[in-house]
Design a protein around this ligand. Structure first.
Ligand code: ATP
Length: 712
């Protein structure tokens, strides 16, 4: 259900404007404002929208074919699949066989009426056959389940690699794009235990099986009832009621089409805010230190009292308002219709008393069949509707690997001569301006500078002036909106991205830690040597991480953030550790997504791990790095660690070109060949430390401020 809802939304093209009174109906549901699209009349004609959906299914069929071919390429999949289908379809015929034997019972009754004696042979045969049907049904169910487990696992594994590939290869602006995020979301199965392809297989097989079940049951029933008094009439009445129920079945709210709901009720919004304040551990310190819990409680009580019964989530409100509409004429007719066969049967019995036993048997047979017929018919329609969604999901699953990266790859190998990297890289910005995707303001405006091989450049300036952005453009995470960036005098966009990125090492300010072991976190700086423990240790030493990592119980195998949760239930209160890790007893915590307690590393220690990763790439390995980009590498380091870091960096720099972004003057800027002072997206001063002091501008002023802070 949830899955279908997501897909319906994404299939719509264009926009939805709640303020468009002509096409959008507004209603109040509790504290919520519900806006529903009022579609054109044609779309409301029965079948009109389903026709469109089936046309879409037809267009998407090539993707299904491709999926089938892919399934064929998975080891043993075809064999398992053939077994699975054979079992499911055979099982679908069993109810009809059982029905046929029930029909035989009718003959026993008829025989008893005609001859005043029971045909014992036939009775035993029927009983044995019905028993055999039940046992066979159970065996087939078991076989189906056994086959589905390896099938599902293999299909899931195959497509998890497919989706991993689709996600892993995306660049920053593409991955950040909302439309791409939605596309990626749709390539994931609604249920983590399944996969889109497996859902599709199950659905198709089930549809065929239900159809077989319906056709076989109806034909057996027609055959059995042909000679029975009133049989056809009772059957018509029973099925009539089923069909009426299906035709008047209320469509679930979420299937109604395009809609959106919001609330502007200030009491409700505040109530929800207050709940979060006390539920989220992040606010606990402030609540306690500020002594505000009683105030919060009083506020909460007041809002809850004002809102009364209206306080509820949107779906609660919808359910409450729907329940008021449940007594309709259609609902009453639905209740009466099932009784009709009994009424007719009673009237006929009064008219022809002799036929009562046979009629009772027929009625019983019919009502039994109608039950299973109703269920099958309902699920046939439900499943066929979902099949259209499944086919669309398969299309999306394949489309997702064709998403184009926004940053286009260049064709030119870089560098032409690998040895040249050791001499450093030339970096030049020519009138570069840049806006982040989806924003209107300039993050960089008309920036130009040239850095020669082996030079050290430090970018300083106020917060948000564009320092990090310069580094991101050099790493080609984004392309400039205007202007040109040259690397070794070649336009950066013509160079092969893979080569370019291999030639540089970057430490971002907002560096992240992969939810992998510390060793992997460092090793990934240079994937080619990621398994080389000596290199990892050397990188950790240079990054200042070796000492504290060695003190951790699991050393380099420690997971800073464990990506796998443990499962447990009803542990005694005193169990504070399990499997060597702290136990999280709090459901509230888990609900707030705070279950994974980290190993408790400090910000500075985290930064040292990130630094080690950069060292792994740039200095320890011989991977041919000629350019080092560091964005605030010492932001979380204590002064002595910062001093050591810069010393080490200068020692190891060699002829590599280095660019730093920093707020701290002194340690670095004094040694820089070029300092860029930035303000408001522009370079406002540039030169060496001495030149800028002589210039007596902003750089000199800030330098003076920082120097004064250390004067007695
Ligand atoms: N991903 C992004 N999307 C949109 N705008 C961004 C993004 N990243 C940064 N910006 C904006 O671009 C401008 C420059 O940001 P940048 O991070 O380059 O500044 P900075 O000089 O490095 O700042 P700080 O000293 O705080 O690190 C800022 O106005 C910032 O808000």
């Amino acid at each position: 259900m949830h899955k279908r809802r997501r897909q319906r939304l994404s299939d719509r093209k264009g926009t939805f404007d709640p303020a468009d009174a002509e096409h959008v109906k507004h209603t109040r549901v509790g504290v919520w404002d519900l806006y529903e699209e009022v579609g054109p009349v044609a779309a409301k004609l029965p079948g009109a929208s389903s026709y469109e959906r089936w046309v879409q299914v037809k267009n998407d069929l090539p993707y299904v074919w491709r999926m089938l071919k892919d399934l064929g390429s998975i080891g043993d999949c075809w064999l398992l699949l053939a077994g699975y289908l054979a079992v499911e379809w055979t099982a679908s015929l069993l109810p009809a066989v059982a029905l046929w034997y029930t029909g035989q019972l009718l003959e026993v009754v008829q025989f008893a009426m005609d001859h005043r004696a029971v045909d014992l042979g036939l009775l035993l045969k029927v009983a044995a056959a019905k028993l055999a049907c039940s046992i066979f049904q159970r065996i087939l169910d078991h076989a189906k389940q056994r086959l589905s487990i390896p099938l599902n696992a293999r299909i899931k594994r195959h497509y998890s690699v497919h989706v991993f590939n689709a996600m892993a290869r995306l660049d920053v602006p593409t991955f950040d794009d909302d439309a791409v995020q939605r596309q990626l979301e749709h390539s994931l199965p609604a249920n983590s235990r399944s996969s889109i392809a497996w859902d599709m297989v199950v659905r198709t097989s089930k549809l065929i099986s239900i159809s077989l079940q319906l056709v076989s049951q109806v034909s057996v029933l027609t055959h059995v009832l042909r000679g029975q008094h009133d049989g056809p009439l009772l059957a018509a009445l029973s099925f009539g009621h089923t069909i009426f129920r299906w035709a008047t079945k209320r469509r679930p709210f979420m299937d109604l089409g395009v809609w959106a709901a919001t609330t502007s009720d200030p009491d409700y919004i505040k109530l929800e805010g207050l709940k979060r304040v006390v539920g989220d551990g992040a606010h606990r310190k402030e609540i306690v230190a500020g002594g505000i819990w009683q105030f919060l409680l009083a506020e909460y009580q007041q809002r809850a009292y004002i809102l009364g019964d209206k306080a509820g989530s949107f779906f609660e409100a919808v359910t409450a308002s729907r329940s008021q509409e449940s007594l309709t004429v259609v609902a009453l007719v639905q209740e009466i219709l099932p009784e009709l066969p009994y009424i007719v049967f009673t009237l006929r019995a009064v008219q022809y008393p002799a036929s009562i036993p046979a009629s009772i048997a027929s009625l019983n047979l019919i009502t039994q069949t109608t039950g299973s017929f109703t269920r099958a018919l309902f699920s046939l329609f439900d499943e066929s509707g979902s099949l259209a969604d499944d086919v669309a999901s398969v299309r999306r699953l394949y489309d997702v690997v064709t998403i184009k990266n926004r940053v286009r790859d260049g064709a030119q190998p870089y560098p032409q001569n690998q040895q040249s990297l050791a001499q450093g890289i030339t970096v030049e910005f020519r009138n570069v301006s840049f806006r982040y995707p989806g924003t209107d303001s300039w993050a960089l405006k008309d920036v130009s500078f040239r850095l020669l091989p082996g030079q050290l450049c430090v970018i300083v300036g106020v917060n948000g002036s564009g320092k990090s952005t310069i580094l991101k453009l050099i790493a080609r995470l984004y392309d400039p909106t205007e202007g040109q960036i040259l690397i070794d005098d070649q336009d950066i966009s013509i160079l092969r991205l893979e080569d370019l990125r291999r030639a540089m090492a970057v430490l971002f300010q907002d560096f992240t830690h992969f939810p992998l072991s510390i060793g992997d976190n460092i090793g990934l700086g240079d994937p080619q040597h990621a398994a080389d423990e000596d290199k990892i240790r050397e990188a950790a030493r240079l990054g200042g991480a070796e000492e504290f990592v060695d003190r951790l119980p699991d050393g380099f195998d420690t997971y800073v953030e464990r990506p796998v949760k443990d499962f447990y239930s009803a542990l005694p209160e005193g169990t504070s550790t399990l499997f060597g890790r702290p136990v999280d007893h709090g459901r509230l915590r888990r609900m707030g997504g705070m279950s994974s307690r980290s190993t408790g590393l400090s910000g500075g220690q985290m930064q040292r791990i990130a630094l080690s990763r950069t060292f792994m790439r740039s200095i320890v390995s011989e991977s041919g790095v000629g350019l080092l980009l560091f964005d605030e590498p010492s932001a979380s380091l204590d002064p002595s660690a910062e001093h050591d870091l810069f010393e080490r960096l200068r020692d190891l720099k060699g002829n590599k070109t280095m660019i730093f972004s920093s707020h701290r003057f002194g340690n670095l800027t004094r040694h820089a060949n070029l300092i860029l002072y930035m303000d408001n997206s522009r370079i406002i001063e540039e030169g060496t430390h001495e030149q800028l002091l002589k210039h007596a501008g902003e750089y000199a002023r800030i330098w003076g401020l920082q120097a004064q802070a250390f004067l007695p």
